[in-house]
Ligand binder design. Structure first.
Ligand SMILES: N[C@@H](CCC(=O)N[C@@H](CS)C(=O)NCC(=O)O)C(=O)O
Length: 221
């Protein structure tokens, strides 16, 4: 069975959400965040010290958007991938990576320098600069999201999971109040998906069962 190492609401939520969209059986191993700080032995599972860490037979993966792509293409019958022969193939790959590289990475600077670092190392200017960076890149999606229900291909795909997680993180760190209307509607639509709700429940229940706090470490406020 696929095993996913996960911390509540960390990027490993992307593969967890994919499992629920695909109806796959999986084992969820919960870690307090950040895993390498709470358990040095985690570095044997993933030398990067980060989640996700996914094991599927001989396969080992540590990049959340790549895992979404992997799962979608392993289960093409579910329609969560966009194939090379479809017109939206390039958009699909672009947004799958945009979700992590462009929309999530700047938020990690907001989190680190506004929340995780000790008070004397906090950098309010970095926090505001990278919050704006994130919001201005997100704004580029407004025309698309105002006329399309999903990010590409006219249907829900793994690219929506990638971008959707970035919106979830933004809501934890207080940036969703600054979303423009089409992004706010899109985020509401994604949260309304049954698989998204099941993923939230799964991480909550697994955290409690495994003695880990179910509260997201990245929640500000
Ligand atoms: N690009 C990687 C980033 C993985 C990553 O940085 N994960 C964060 C959680 S959101 C983490 O585990 N951080 C813990 C640490 O840096 O010690 C991905 O998309 O999976």
């Amino acid at each position: 069975m696929i095993r996913l190492h996960h911390s509540v609401s960390a990027r490993s939520f992307r593969p967890l959400w994919m499992f629920e969209e695909l109806g796959l059986p999986y084992e969820l191993v919960m870690h307090p965040f950040p895993p390498r700080v709470h358990d040095e032995a985690f570095l044997e599972i993933n030398p990067l010290g980060t989640v996700p860490a996914l094991f599927d037979g001989e396969v080992r993966m540590t990049e959340s958007s790549a895992i979404c792509q992997y799962l979608a293409s392993r289960h093409p019958e579910a329609g969560l991938e966009v194939g090379p022969d479809e017109p939206a193939y390039a958009d699909y790959l672009n947004f799958l990576h945009f979700g992590e590289a462009t929309l999530t990475v700047p938020q990690t600077l907001v989190l680190r320098y506004g929340h995780f670092e000790p008070p004397e190392r906090r950098q309010p200017q970095v926090v505001e600069d990278y919050a704006r960076w994130f919001l201005s890149r997100l704004r580029t999606l407004e025309p698309r999201l105002a006329s399309e229900p999903f990010i590409c291909a006219g249907r829900f795909t793994a690219a929506d999971v990638s971008v959707g997680y970035a919106l979830m993180l933004a809501s934890h760190i207080g940036l969703s109040e600054r979303f423009k209307p089409a992004a706010a509607d899109y985020w509401r639509r994604l949260q309304g998906r049954e698989a998204f709700q099941r993923a939230l429940t799964a991480q909550h229940d697994a955290a409690l069962e495994q003695g880990v706090s179910p509260k997201p470490a990245m929640e500000i406020g």
